[in-house]
Design a protein around this ligand. Structure first.
Ligand code: PEP
Length: 247
């Protein structure tokens, strides 16, 4: 079986002005360059707000840390006020884009069909789609977690998915930004269920209050191919400490 290199991705959400983004990116780049031969055994990605992409791209140059968007429209251009296209993200230096994050699904009413179109748009522009799935607290308590995640995958993964164009992030909605995390058993069980539904070799990240204290246990699970990190990615030392947990 091919080894899946772990991926630790930072979702900065709607945080930071240019000076903040540049300082955070420089802090990460400095650590990555200094540890080039003995650094974390994983790939690193940061997904800043769209307004910071070019600033952060400049600060990360030569560090090996990749850049991603937090969302995109499905189409390449047109009359879509306030949106950003996959091609624009690629043009700004992005290699990845987060899609179907729960803050888009629940805060902006995005359903699986819309997310699926966005994945296709990302692929058209040559981006890797990081597709987020996850159940709410009510759904978990009702014993529906695996059915919900299976339905999200069925509805939002298009034909043509492959290990090099799709990453799935399992993010229980109730664990995002709350300080709560799923148990290691629940993470392992859900990741195994997701694994059975996606192309061989595609990576599955865990997301939901990953921090420097819990990262080693979570990233140590065989079924976990990395982490999608929100709050703890806004501090260079925290994010770096999490990345270093990739043994
Ligand atoms: C996220 O935004 O995808 C996330 C997991 O956030 P946090 O780490 O803050 O829970």
């Amino acid at each position: 079986m091919a080894v899946r290199t772990k991926l630790v991705a930072g979702n900065w959400k709607m945080n930071g002005l240019r000076a903040d983004g540049a300082a955070l990116a420089r802090g990460l780049a400095k650590r990555a360059i200094a540890a080039a031969h003995a650094g974390p055994r994983c790939e690193l990605l940061v997904c800043p707000p769209a307004s910071l992409l070019t600033t952060v791209a400049g600060a990360l140059a030569g560090s090996g840390i990749a850049l991603g968007g937090q969302d995109c429209h499905a189409t390449a251009k047109g009359a879509y006020t306030g949106d950003i296209s996959p091609e624009m993200l690629a043009d700004a230096g992005c290699s990845h884009v987060i899609l179907g994050h729960s803050e888009r699904r629940h805060g902006h009413g995005e359903g699986d069909a819309a997310v699926r179109e966005k994945v296709l748009g990302a692929w058209r522009a040559g981006l890797v789609a990081i597709l987020c799935v996850g159940e709410t607290q009510v759904q978990r308590q009702a014993g529906q977690a695996s059915d919900i995640v299976a339905a999200q995958l069925a509805g939002s993964v298009p034909n043509g998915a492959a290990a090099d164009n799709l990453v799935v992030a399992y993010e229980p909605v109730w664990a995002i930004g709350t300080g709560l995390t799923a148990t290691l058993d629940d993470i392992a069980t859900m990741h195994a269920a997701v694994r059975a539904r996606i192309p061989a070799g595609a990576r599955i990240l865990y997301g939901g209050s990953v921090n420097p204290q819990n990262a080693a246990d979570i990233l140590g699970l065989a079924e976990v191919d990395g982490a999608l990190v929100g709050g703890a990615s806004l501090d260079a030392e925290s994010f770096w400490t999490i990345a270093r947990c990739c043994a």
